[in-house]
Design a protein around this ligand. Sequence first.
Ligand code: PLP
Length: 389
Amino acid sequence: MPKPKIADRIKNLPPYLFATIDQLKQKALAKGADLINLGIGDPDLPTPDAIIRRLQRAAENPKHHQYPSYEGMLTFREAAADWYRRRFGVRLDPKNEVLTLIGSKEGIGHLPLAFINPDDVALIPDPGYPVYHAATLFAGGRSHFMPLKKENHFLPEFDRIPNAVLKKARLLFINYPNNPTSATAGKEFFKEVIRFARRHKLIVCHDNAYSEVYFDGERPMSFMEMDGAREVGIEFHSLSKTFNMTGWRIGFAVGNAQILAALGKVKSNLDSGVFQAVQEAGIEALNLKDSVTDEIRKVYQERRDTLISGLMGLGLSVEPPKATFYVWVGVPKGYTAMKFTTHLLDRAGIVTTPGSGFGKAGQGYIRMALTVPNERLIEAVGRMERLLS
Ligand SMILES: *Cc1c(COP(=O)(O)O)cnc(C)c1O
């Protein structure tokens, strides 16, 4: 059989740097190396017990064995709305201002199909979560990358975007607390976002996957807390990072009813919703006492403090993150992001992610994830000390 002819939308995807790292990783493992994996943003802690038990019970109920409703069970959407009210003081109509997703990645991935015509532009943070760009390409659109720079606290500079680009722009993706830089944003920035979106008729998609992974009791806000947010956009939310549920595939989007209806239309033509037993478990998660997530945050905070003080002791350029489980580290002089990543992997058995894998502006940084036990972070710092001294 001849080689299958791959469509341009796949061929045009950016080179997958992470695949190179994976090869190096496999090689090291084959040689018997004891790798410390700080490369992936996937919680190592288990899902809280109550959520698992709720799934077990729900899975036994035959009424959950059939196709779920496209927009999600009303009871799950009510639990999400209620959680937003308790956590952010935001009131949402569960009937049309909440949409259940098969993880927020699914919703982000499908959104451009609802709003991007060929040649339309999406404004995308660089460095950023790779799905924004891939989804835009798949919809036939073009990405305009907004560099996130340290001197701007990793916030985009809207006044740098050329007018010709703005004329074609339809979507604006933002993400705070931010993956990969761990930067946070507040009212001033979100106010500017709303003003900018109104002026240029943009749909704002705020990705709030890390709102519950915060430190020192400083809780990140929801974009939906802002006056006018609901007129211009939606917010993606995920149970994955909050409740250690990345494998379960459940999230939701909230906000503008018309935007959500259009996203729902795409979805109803492509997928058939989330297994209802998982939605039941999601209800359990959203109703858990704060003490459960407080415990999870305490674990990350201890790890953050270990890694940050270690890296600072080595003289590396790094700031303690206020949220997310990532540490964004400037690479030492003489290294590119990829070179430093390779060096750490080959010589110290530490897996990290090169910032350049998240976009051009991520050059000069590596991302370390706090998703291994504290002892392993101590061990990682020790290995780096021996390597860099
Ligand atoms: C992890 C992550 C998501 C996706 O989470 P789901 O598991 O699909 O809900 C979305 N955005 C960012 C920035 C993430 O890091």
